[in-house]
Design a protein around this ligand. Sequence first.
Ligand code: IDP
Ligand code: MG
Length: 140
Amino acid sequence: MAIERTFSIIKPDATRRNLTGKVNAMLEAAGLRIVAQKRIHMSRAQAEAFYGVHKARPFFNDLCTFMTSGPVVVQVLEGENAVAKNREVMGATNPANAAEGTIRKVHAESIEANSVHGSDSPENAATEIAYFFAGTEIVG
Ligand code: IDP
Ligand code: MG
């Protein structure tokens, strides 16, 4: 398996509780390397565009409100099989269904305020990375 990159967000519920370091320690322990990172406050337009695929879902509006409710940390993770590995360490969307030891099981507050985002495919990872980072900001 080749070295791959994926896109990650530490969501507002986690930055509010000062969990950035704890979340990233779990990602690093899983073998993922943080090769780009910045703390931003997403605009409504950025959140709506980022989650555009979910536009028709009943939770879309609340999700955009939540994602703009405080700072987030956007980051690029690198490693073998990084997309799938990140999804594994994140755990299921609903923390009630997340496996023991996953970030969402340990830290998430709810199905919405679930602490982290992770790309679901290499194709989406490339799109999401390019949405937030210039190539020169990614240092492997
Ligand atoms: P994922 O983050 O595990 O990939 P998606 O289905 O892509 O899950 O949903 C994107 C985000 O939308 C979730 O991480 C969560 O914050 C929110 N979300 C998903 N399903 C629900 C729901 O049923 N109610 C409220 N928020 C939801
Ligand atoms: Mg998703």
